[in-house]
Ligand binder design. Sequence first.
Ligand code: DMJ
Length: 671
Amino acid sequence: MAVGSVLPLYNKRSGWWMLRRVFRSREKVLIFLLCLTFLFICIGPIFFLPDLRGGISTKVDHVYKVYKQMQKAGPELILPPPPRESGEELVGIRKHEGVYHNGGNSNQHNDIHLSDDKQRLLEKINNDEELRHMRVIEKPVVLTVSATPANKQNAAAQIDESIRLEKKEAGGGGGGHEENEIKVGYHGAENKGSGMVVQGGEDADPVARERREKVKEMVLHAWRGYKTYAWGKNELRPISKRGHTAGIFGRQDMGATIVDALDTLYIMGLTEEFNEGRTWVQYHLDFNQLRSEMSVFETNIRFVGGLLTVYALTGDPLFRDRALHIARKLLPAFDTPTGIPYALINVGNGIAKNYAWASGGSSILSEFGTLHLEFKYLSDISGDPVFREKVMRIRDVIRKTERPGGLYPNYMNPKTGKWGQRHTSVGALGDSFYEYLIKAYVQSNGKDIVAKEMYEEAIDGITKRLVLKSHSGLTYLAESKFDRLEHKMDHLACFSGGMYAMGAKSIQNENSKTHMEIAEGLANTCHESYARTPTGLGPESFRFTEGIEARALKSSEKYYILRPEVIESWFYMWRYTKDQKYRDWAWAAVMALEKYCRVEAGFSGIQNVYMENPQKDDVQQSFIFAETFKYLYLIFSDDSLISLDEWVFNTEAHPLPIEGKNSFYRKSQGK
Ligand code: DMJ
């Protein structure tokens, strides 16, 4: 056997010709296949990866653009932010807002800040105009009522038509858009002779008048920033001068700031700005265009509540019909075995669900317990009973379920009607449920006895178990977690000063005096949480321990996001007691907002109230219009302006009329 027949032989004649001779055909095929695979790996991506088709320079360009955008998105892309004691920690956008506290690191997967942050990252990518279009946002064209060309009229007609269809499907209700013309001259005209003061209402004190003017100027400043840089977006980023949206609004632009601000603009007599907002509502506020998930609670308190108030104030049917349109979109969330609604609804497909972090997928007390005022009023003005039925069913379930230790836990499973984790709070996750019990009683002009009884029972449990005094005598509200007290009070819980006072004034009994004292104590403690910072603005949460009182402990508790609750309780205390200190405290807050939160294009939250020179969070929350500015304005007004005898504020500070006491109730003549 020749050696050469098995192994390749190399001599001076070697080369391809030689190789051909020395390899057998099977080996040749193998080598050919190997070469082919190698070539495919090298060249294939050019054909299969679209980003590489444009050649090297496009590639580099693209990578560079993405890199620039990542730089701009900045620290928010780093999840979660490492807390730094220097106070430079990043601020999470919270929800009722679910505000949601980082109660330590032991339970990271359940931490709302983290899930919220993840959501924020997604939102950032989905919503950021620059990331999406690789361009800078353009200055918007603001529609004015006088300029209404045909195409804009068409847009409005289309919205009207889609709403008319869904109203038909829902089986009627609502006065219909037949009445819905553009009526710009509503301002005050209709209200003359009613004896109700919904605009004007100047105080006799010249100092108060001057201060009120200052608040109005702040509103105009914030509005103009929003109008210039974020018109139609949910909120404004006043430093980077662009739109912002939080997860609670879904991912689409729905003009949350416009709707939240409308009644404040109206009450302040800012007619031009109010008309800009009304026009936007008429031509653009259309939930039929939405495809993303949004919070049932937030949509109700901000959108439905805001629209209901401007309907009551003006009688303009546009606002009633838009409120109805939006509330109907929320109804699928109530289709649960118990009627306790889910927290989130995709208004595009009607699919509802709960937050995964909420005690095994439970619904949240402060969310499903904060629908009553709006839904009851909506049924009354539209003649459609469905909304009232939904909230009455919720109330029934809550009432019938036994409360461990006389306290309402923050979570309930909507499938079983069983309470979740035994965590009770008058701050995040619980707060406005208690607020709506007393307010439902007030709204009904004393007729809703069930609401009164539920409030009395709930407040009794809270007073006995959660109201405490610190070493130096500060009254505060603790939280209860599995029968253990956590000596922490949220900024959100500071609304309770006003709630205790309202309860004491509207239910006169043997507890009224104590409840008024608690109200004064809580309003004072919340003031201390402001006064003990160099900025004069209070932290998100503050604690009471051996070493500290009314001060934040963790770096994640030190931010201030333009929240209203502390000012809100001073507003009630001012109205009920006429003690000048509440006006003085409110004025100090105005000055602090001016100094630390005002920027060229509006107002921003700050990241650490304990720093002389705090960083800003670059978000102008919509509730600064609905609540913070409104309460400040009313503190410096005469008591007759939005009188507490005629109006009851929803939790977003949208005043709703009291039945039988307010001629703007506008009850439907229908069912
Ligand atoms: C508002 O949306 C409402 O006041 C809500 O009840 C709680 N959180 C914010 C403001 O802080």
